[in-house]
Design a protein around this ligand. Structure first.
Ligand code: NAD
Length: 270
């Protein structure tokens, strides 16, 4: 069988470089093209050299339209505005779009849903196997412990991260809400400042730390009267996210158009 041909968009970024490395190291797939912003100073540079694996003969291009010709899928860890454009491109080309980008608005999500009528979209706020397993544990814990246990989600990321709470924190919040049969939007408390009054019963709280080079730490607290459960994940290396994205692309290959997430890929919905 021919190699799966993948376009890495945002290939000059932290995740993009990691994806170029992991795709190049994975048997049965190749980096078909590497795309970044037209105003990036990295355009024209070899994607492999940027990824620290030596030249692979794929220069960074600012032309996504040409890049997807002949490709099987797009791996996308960029910014929401770019991701919406790539989703439309994936729909036109009827190919796979694996989306790791976080911070998408409801409008962005609607545009991605529309694209998923023609593209095979796998989108997740966190592509790591452990985090998706953690989400299952959080859902289970929230269901068992009920609203008498206060749920708080604490996350820390590196100083360059631009959105908050993290996509992973929101993914874990969604899992907790599912466990309680409520809608996260109705119960989320995303920040606190000043005279806030007591904690509303049933709230799912978020707290954000930013600093240094932290890849991603998440702790879900289920705090009751007299005891507390803490479920924690620590990401030490971006490669886990890239490996998850590659696994998602392989899973999506040959599947019918639609919108999927990592729980589908990992078979965690049974
Ligand atoms: P980064 O800033 O290092 O990289 C983003 C790249 O996208 C940059 O190279 C930028 O130039 C490029 N880009 C922006 N607009 C573009 C456009 N129009 N066309 C092509 N390229 C464009 O950021 P990062 O740390 O690599 O993170 C990227 C995204 O991935 C963030 O939203 C982050 O939260 C998310 N992320 C998700 C996971 C996950 O598992 N889902 C894990 C880590 C990071």
């Amino acid at each position: 069988m021919a190699d799966m041909k993948l376009v890495v968009v945002g290939a000059g970024g932290r995740m993009g470089r990691t994806l170029v490395r992991i795709v190049s190291e994975t048997a049965g797939m190749t980096v078909h093209a590497a795309v970044d912003r037209p105003d990036s100073s990295l355009i024209g540079q070899d994607a492999g050299l940027l990824a620290g694996i030596g030249e692979i003969g794929v220069p960074l291009t600012a032309d996504p339209l040409a890049a997807v010709v002949g490709a099987d899928g797009i791996l996308d860890f960029t910014v929401p505005a770019a991701t919406v454009g790539f989703a439309e491109l994936a729909a036109q080309a009827r190919i796979i779009h694996v989306i790791g980008t976080t911070g998408c608005s409801a409008e962005d999500e609607a545009a991605i849903d529309a694209a998923a009528r023609h593209a095979v979209v796998v989108k997740s706020g966190n592509m790591s196997v452990c985090v998706n397993l953690l989400a299952v544990l959080v859902e289970r814990a929230a269901r068992t412990l009920g609203p008498d246990f206060d749920i708080e989600i604490l996350e820390m990321h590196h100083r360059h991260k631009v959105d908050a709470p993290s996509g992973t924190a929101l993914l874990l919040g969604e899992a907790a809400a599912r466990g309680r049969d409520i809608k996260l939007d109705d119960y989320a408390v995303r920040s606190r400042d000043g005279y806030t009054g007591p904690r509303p019963q049933g709230a799912i709280g978020f707290a954000t730390l930013r600093g240094g080079s932290v890849v991603g730490d998440h702790t879900v607290y289920l705090a009751g009267a007299g005891e507390r459960l803490e479920l924690r994940h620590v990401a030490e290396d971006r490669a886990q996210f890239a490996k998850g994205a590659v696994r998602a692309a392989l899973w999506a290959w040959g599947r019918k158009p639609g919108r999927y997430d990592m729980a589908d890929v990992l078979g965690l919905k049974d």
